[in-house]
Write a protein that binds this ligand. Structure first.
Ligand code: UT7
Length: 329
């Protein structure tokens, strides 16, 4: 059987840069605090007329170009996002229309920061069972629309971005060796965007005034510790499933939640921080977009070499976590 391979990647970030220094002007915060506690120096903010499908379209076009494929070739589009253009229809449907991918079935997956890994895992199953020959998996967010810009503990973290990968059954390309995904719904209240959901409807003046339409993090410092554990265990799970040890892995491309989390889980795994791809300083946390954005940057910058074994891993709201192991070509 032909292997399932990543045959093209792409990414896009909006032009507008919001630095910590600019946030200092409106918030009781400092560049020093944000850099020390998170590693973030700046993040990107979408234009008012840019929706998730617009960011996703630009990232997808680059991934398709890298794959040498046209939109009509695509069988399946999975968009991982918690900020779709509309609650209905799915953001993936707007993306399908904008790309002109008229032969693709399209749907969203809601798994917060782990969304791209969930998307890879779903695509892997469809390609394995033979129903589809290829899939476009995208992670994209316009989180800036959901933030409470007066909440210094949260708004400093997030950014807008998109990344995409084309998967195909093929003899050439980076082989997707495994995916593993996990959920813990009992801790679902830790990262919450309640407004507009059926638990809080109807949308009212009160729901707006209570900030229910804003992204909230509860007990973020407790979640920090869970994140370190789940990142490390996810990497170990991916390596062990394929008969490798962590020392066999050449590069870890993790979700970018906090530079301190990345350092802590690298220490826990006893891997050099040099083996962990970090770009949080420039883009902040763009939830489902961080992993495909980082993957595309690693590919295009030459950070990934032929034969490298790469673990993609994420942890986020839901709670959700997971990993994928890819052997580069
Ligand atoms: O991607 C999904 C997964 N996300 C996560 O897992 C997030 C995990 N959590 C974190 O990354 C960190 O917990 C945060 C970056 C969110 C917060 O960092 P922390 O070191 O846990 O800070 P803290 O919440 O314990 O707050 C420490 C202090 C508090 O002041 P007091 O009570 O000690 O006087 C906060 O009010 O820092 C204060 N603080 C700030 N000060 C300046 C919180 N935010 C800010 C800020 N600027 N922006």
């Amino acid at each position: 059987m032909e292997a399932i391979r990543i045959v093209g990647t792409g990414s896009y970030v909006p032009d507008t840069v919001l630095t910590n220094r600019e946030l200092e002007k409106t918030l009781d915060t400092t560049d020093e605090w944000i850099v020390q506690r998170t590693g973030i120096r700046e993040r990107r903010i979408a234009e008012p007329n840019e929706a998730v499908s617009d960011l996703a379209e630009k990232a997808s076009a680059k991934a398709l170009e890298a794959a040498g494929m046209s939109p009509e070739d695509i069988d399946l589009i999975i968009l991982a996002t918690i900020t779709p253009d509309t609650c209905c229809p799915a953001g993936a449907n707007w993306l399908q229309a904008k790309l002109g991918a008229k032969n693709a079935v399209s749907f969203d997956v809601t798994a917060a920061c782990t969304g791209f890994i969930f998307g890879l895992s779903i695509a892997e199953q469809y390609l394995k069972n033979g129903q589809y020959d290829n899939a476009l998996v995208v992670g994209a967010e316009v989180l800036s629309r959901t933030l409470d810009w007066n909440d210094r503990s949260s708004c400093i973290l997030w950014g807008d971005a998109a990344g995409a990968a084309v998967l195909k059954k093929s003899e050439k390309g980076a082989e997707l060796l495994s995916t593993h995904i996990h959920s813990d719904g009992s801790a679902g209240d830790k990262l919450l965007l309640p407004g507009g959901g059926s638990a809080t409807t109807p949308i009212s003046q009160e729901s707006v005034e209570k900030g229910l339409h804003r992204l909230k993090m509860i007990d973020a410092n407790k979640t920090f510790k869970v994140a370190v554990k789940q990142f490390a265990e996810s990497c170990e799970e991916a390596a062990a499933f394929n008969g490798y040890s962590i020392s066999d892995v050449d590069l870890i491309i993790p979700h970018q939640a906090n530079a301190r989390i990345l350092n802590a889980f690298a220490q826990r795994l006893k891997v050099s921080i040099e083996k962990v791809f970090i770009n949080i300083d420039k883009y902040g946390n763009s939830s489902a977009a961080t992993v495909p954005l980082a993957l595309d940057q690693a590919v295009r910058s030459g950070r990934i070499q032929p034969g490298d074994k790469i673990v993609l891993t994420a942890f986020g709201g839901g709670l959700t976590w997971g990993s994928a192991l890819v052997r580069w070509h």
